[in-house]
Design a protein around this ligand. Structure first.
Ligand code: SAH
Ligand code: SF4
Ligand code: F3S
Length: 452
């Protein structure tokens, strides 16, 4: 009987995509997927260390596995991968006897080899080497569960060293993937019937093709636009300081590029942004937003925000609130500052905003964001929007959901075979996190029926 694997993923889309790659590798090695601990022979925990809480999840999870092993006497092989693995290396083994393998972010491809070696050697193995090769991955191996959308990594690592951020230490320095390989993977997605590609990188718009000196990120978007079968292009995350006029013009001119930009700002205070080493001011960011909105009037923006960064005063926080209001984000991920190992902020700046104050600020920011979102959703009622259907309900086949080009989630009744198609939907009702509507075509059919 085939051995079974379970992969649990924490963190960002790049980690989700690495898990898809590891699943593909394990299946090639003869493993089968399972979704419970009970019958897993191998549990892979793909970790994130961007905030302390994300890191703690690893040890909580290892505690569960230990409990299960105690109760049933069955102990699966455990591999820890991803950013905590890269950061802590062999220390993970010292903290938990349960772990058999530790694999760093640049050694994903080694998973099946190390599993086989650990089985034979019966001793823990660690591979957190940083070969810093150009990132590449064999085509056709990734296991993709989403039938409509697919991730394609274009840049790995980051050289920006924002003072709060652990990512340059866990993902290494910035490496660009070859344009030819990216395009082959996008073509593979299209050939498998997928309609939307999501290009991934820590700073995706810093892309410069290593195999084509004339191809920057805008050039890559132009090349992806030409792939037949792909209907939508998204990307995450762009950095405000690399949003050139050329990129904005490309977004305007390329019909497949979605009208959504996730544009992390982190704070509304120039003083805090400087301490964060973000390399953009509040004013520059707001000017960029103006330019984007005037060139792309239907663009929807989202962002990441940190509250309680060292030295953040109440006035700084008020600036975060006023910037949030001024931009009018359609969604936001907000976080309480958490000191991370090796970062400049953790080493040089005392974490001086009390936890209760961080909580007060995040609650206020999230309440403001919720009201902005509700207002924007309310304003969309009555409009007809194109929705790429990406979800059918497990319980009721006629309940569908998908996203607009601007990334709003739209729920509506329809038929399950509409999955992967673009349906015009008239929005009837707004909610905090999405909207509800009815297919415009069927409305037209009703209207026709009524006049007959
Ligand atoms: N590459 C992206 C973000 C990567 S990390 C960019 O440049 O914006 C994802 C988000 O986690 C960040 O945008 C930031 O808002 C948050 N984050 C990173 N480090 C953090 C920390 N130490 N404390 C709290 N939030 C943090
Ligand atoms: Fe982290 Fe800054 Fe790099 Fe984003 S740009 S990954 S926040 S260091
Ligand atoms: Fe987390 Fe690593 Fe992504 S730290 S956010 S999983 S790059």
């Amino acid at each position: 009987m085939a051995r079974k694997y379970l992969i649990e993923t924490y963190g960002c889309q790049m980690n989700v995509h690495d898990s898809e790659r590891m699943a593909g590798l394990l299946e090639q090695a003869g493993y089968e997927a399972t979704d419970t601990d009970d019958d897993a022979d191998l549990v892979v925990i793909n970790t994130c260390s961007v905030r302390e809480r994300a890191e703690e999840q690893l040890y909580t999870r290892l505690g569960h596995i230990k409990g299960l092993a105690g109760r049933t006497g069955r102990a699966p092989m455990v591999a820890v991968t991803g950013c905590v693995a890269q950061q802590e290396g062999a220390q993970v083994l010292a903290k938990s006897k349960l772990v058999d393998i530790v694999i760093g972010t640049q050694r994903v491809k080694m998973l099946p080899v190390l599993v086989a070696r650990a089985e034979a050697a019966a001793e823990p193995l660690v591979d957190v080497a940083t070969p810093y090769d150009e990132p590449t991955f064999p085509l056709g191996l990734t296991r993709r569960d989403d039938p409509v959308k697919g991730f394609v990594t274009i840049v790995e690592g980051c050289n920006d060293y924002c003072s709060y951020c652990v990512v340059p230490y866990t993902r290494g320095h910035e490496r660009m993937r070859a344009k030819a390989e990216i395009l082959r993977e996008v073509e593979e997605l299209a050939a498998s019937g997928r309609k939307e590609v999501q290009l991934l990188g820590q700073i995706v718009n810093h892309y410069q093709a290593p195999d084509d000196a004339a191809c920057d990120f805008a050039g890559l978007l132009e090349a992806v636009q030409d792939v037949r079968g792909i209907e939508r292009i998204r990307f995450a995350s762009p950095h405000p300081r690399h949003c050139s006029d050329r990129l904005i013009a490309a977004m305007r001119d390329l019909s497949k590029v979605c009208r959504h930009l996730h544009l992390p700002v982190q704070s509304g205070s120039t003083r805090v942004l400087k301490a964060m080493r973000r390399r953009h001011t509040r004013e520059e960011y707001l000017r960029l937003v103006e330019k984007l909105k005037s060139t792309l009037p239907d663009l929807q923006l989202s962002t990441d925000m940190i509250v309680g960064f060292p030295g953040e005063t109440d006035d700084d926080f008020r600036e975060t609130l006023s910037l949030t209001e001024a931009v009018g984000y359609h969604s936001m991920f907000s976080f309480k500052y958490s000191p991370r190992p090796n970062t400049l902020a953790a080493q040089r700046m005392p974490d001086d905003v009390p936890e209760a104050e961080k909580t007060r600020r995040i609650v206020e920011l999230q309440a403001l964001q919720k009201s902005i979102q509700a207002r924007l959703h309310e304003a969309s009622v009555g409009r007809t929007v194109d929705v790429l259907v990406d979800t059918t309900s497990r319980r009721r086949a006629w309940e569908l959901a998908g996203r607009t080009s601007g990334n709003t989630v739209v729920n509506f009744p329809g038929e399950s075979h509409w999955l992967g198609t673009v349906v015009p939907v008239t929005i009837e009702r707004a909610g905090a996190f999405g909207v509800w509507g009815r297919p415009a075509a069927s409305e037209a059919r009703h209207a026709e029926a009524a006049t007959c």
